[in-house]
Ligand binder design. Sequence first.
Ligand code: 5GP
Ligand code: MN
Length: 346
Amino acid sequence: MQAKLQKMDPQIAEIRDLLSIPKYIAIVSHRNPDGDAVGSCLGLYHYLNQLGHTVRVVLPSEYPVNFSWMPDVEDITIYDIFQERSAEIIANANIIFCLDFNALDRIDKLGELIHHRSGVTKILIDHHLDPEPFADYIISDTASSSTCELIYQFICDLGDKSKITIPIAECIYTGIMTDTGSFKYATNVRLFRQMAELKAIGLEDFRIQDLIFNSAQEKQLRLLGHCLANRMEVLSEYQTAIIHLFKQDYADFEIKRGDTEGIVNQLLLMKNIKMAAFITEQPNIVKFSIRSKGDLNVQEICQKYFNGGGHKNASGGYMHTNLHAAIRKFKDILPLYRDKIIAAQI
Ligand code: 5GP
Ligand code: MN
């Protein structure tokens, strides 16, 4: 035991001490939360609850409906809907965990509230490139598939692997599975080992896949058809394809932003397409969702031209302009990257 303690990462040892007495803990993640955001928050929530802490999860905006089965998801406070309650949680917290985002300005007003709580302990656990040093403890690993993979490791590093229950396993599996596109992208040896461990304690993996992916509404499939038939542009010369959506499309198909998850990946099904862009007109901005294959770095493109960032093969950003100008901007960039795109190894 002594030898193990000595080897423990000093950050982890300090966090373990902090968690040794009951605290009021807030867990927050990013706007338009995805499976990794919701999964990491709820996985950590269940674990910290077990340790006897009072835990609250706050998300800036609503989670997609296909995550509504997740254990205790109804306990999450949504900032956009319950601003006072969210502010109260941040104001009362002794510890704030920031999961699956790398800078406070990624979470808008909630980030400002956290920024103003200068005395409180902030712990960042994330796998995005370029984390900003706003937290007291930073557990950042860009080689990880997901924040959920890091949460699993975090619990193990704290010596509590045996505390991983089925609800925790379901949350962690959700984040790893969704961020890797069902184990296609950013995989590594550790995550498959973790998966084996989760399966060993009784995780019903297909049931979770079914709940998340086989739950589309008719309108989502019709929208996908519309995107592929009417909104897709293939720029073979640049091995790039684009799908765009107007505000009117959102209205016509009665869809929200979360309902379009995964559409961008359809473009990568095409042979020889290495970069895919989903460019959509939102109420106040135009949003970019960009994906690539192999060593083509779209994080660089999003950071440089679209106020954004993310990961090498999956990034996003935005522009304050109209949809046509945004598409034009994206196309103007392509000649600058043509050589890199063509040379990119898959
Ligand atoms: P998505 O395209 O699915 O919205 O996001 C892909 C990845 O890029 C996610 O990891 C997400 O956090 C990141 N991302 C998306 N939009 C933005 C943005 O506007 N700014 C930054 N920094 N990252 C973004
Ligand atoms: Mn993630």
